[in-house]
Design a protein around this ligand. Structure first.
Ligand code: GDP
Length: 365
């Protein structure tokens, strides 16, 4: 399963956030893919569309979709040189598909900061630099091999060498690989290198309880936003401490609590949604009387592969996908009416599933 890794310097609020994630956690029994590991937290993906479909179809059961966050502890300065837990830290990052970097924006004299002051850009730089140095090593090693082949005019090697030269130059200017300009074909080759700084990244600005309703008053948040914009990265503002408290509440209490704070959506819900998109994931639905359910697929997947997420038999015996968009179904009110409106399509093997599709798969057994 795809997973987003949570990283950050010590004392920025990672554990607090990860606690919130595991306490809010999904019922593992519903999710056979779930990894059983104390460093992995499964979260349900909040989706208003699932609630609406439940209202329309009135099934016996509703099951949201879920994915995993991995808590990656132990970043230290010098990680790329293998100091302390450094190597382990980097190998854990290598295994995740996207990175959520927690950045401390809250002031609290009682909680020391590793660098002695609150400076989120400094913090980001410390972490990014370790990742950049590790990537430079990867690129250099790869270059030595590719250079030889390129000298023999191996076509693929020549193309790759061009990319490696560009990567090296960018990384040496302390730019992450994800911020560099490559064509789509070149990106495929970059992905094959499994660089740490090529992973999609978002920054989680952790603010104090007082600031969460109006985070833009916090100048550190502003700085993080500017930095991220230059990198095409997203920023989510949360107060980890509040999220930890919210995660202990039931749904109704949670809504009241958020209302008191003057916010409409919890920071954790925002983070879950943003991470899901960061991972390139999207949702389709199945809606029957027994069960209304959300399913995660990778953007760009064709109908048979998406069917295979439910069951391998669905993929093997795929005939077609009876599909209606969520909007068309809601506008029609019932599946029967949607069909009468001509909104239910019969899609075949080449259909690329879209976010929000409500699908009934037809298959041979
Ligand atoms: P980690 O080392 O990054 O895992 O940091 P922790 O989650 O252990 O947090 C370090 C300290 O900061 C703990 O005492 C937390 O209670 C506190 N902390 C975390 N988030 C917040 C926050 O949003 N506001 C305040 N005031 N304190 C926080």
């Amino acid at each position: 399963a795809l997973t987003a890794g949570i990283v950050g310097l010590p004392n920025v609020g990672k554990s607090t956030l990860f606690n919130a994630i595991t306490q809010a956690g999904a019922e593992a029994a519903n999710y056979p893919f779930a990894t059983i590991d104390p460093n992995v937290g499964i979260v349900e993906v909040p989706d208003e569309r699932l609630d609406k479909l439940t209202e329309l179809v009135k099934p016996k059961k509703t099951v949201p979709t879920a994915f995993e966050f991995t808590d990656i502890a132990g970043i230290v300065k010098g990680a790329s040189k293998g100091e302390g837990l450094g190597n382990q830290f980097l190998s854990h990052i290598r295994q995740v598909d996207a990175i959520c970097q927690v950045v401390r924006c809250f002031q609290d004299e009682n909680i020391t900061h590793v660098s002695g002051k609150i400076d989120p850009l400094d913090d980001i730089e410390i972490i990014n630099l370790e990742l950049i140095l590790a990537d430079l090593e990867t690129v250099n090693k790869r270059s030595q091999r590719v250079e030889k082949l390129a000298r023999q005019k191996d076509k693929e090697a020549v193309a790759e060498q061009e990319i490696l030269v560009k990567l090296k130059a960018g990384l040496e200017e302390e730019k992450p690989a994800r911020a560099l300009d490559f064509s789509e074909d070149q990106w495929k080759i970059v992905k094959g290198l499994h660089l740490l700084t090529a992973k999609p990244t978002l920054y989680v600005a952790n603010v104090s309880e007082e600031e969460v309703a109006d985070p833009d008053g916090n100048e550190n948040v502003q700085k993080v936003r500017e930095f991220a914009a230059a990198e095409n990265a997203e920023v989510i503002v949360i107060c980890a401490k509040i999220e930890e408290e919210i995660s202990e509440l039931d749904q109704e209490e949670k809504e009241m609590f958020l209302e008191d704070l003057n916010i409409t959506e919890s920071g954790l819900d925002k983070l879950i949604k943003a991470s899901y998109h960061l991972l390139g994931l999207a949702t389709y639905f199945t809606a029957g009387e027994q069960e209304v359910r959300a399913w995660t697929f990778r953007e760009g997947m064709k109908a048979p592969q998406a069917a295979g997420i439910i069951h391998t038999d669905f993929e093997r015996g795929f005939i077609r996908a009876e599909t209606v968009s969520y909007e068309d179904l809601v506008a029609a009110g019932t599946m029967g009416q949607a069909r009468e409106n001509g909104k239910v399509r019969l899609e075949g093997k080449e259909y690329i599933v879209k976010d929000g599709d409500v699908i009934h798969f037809r298959f041979n057994v």
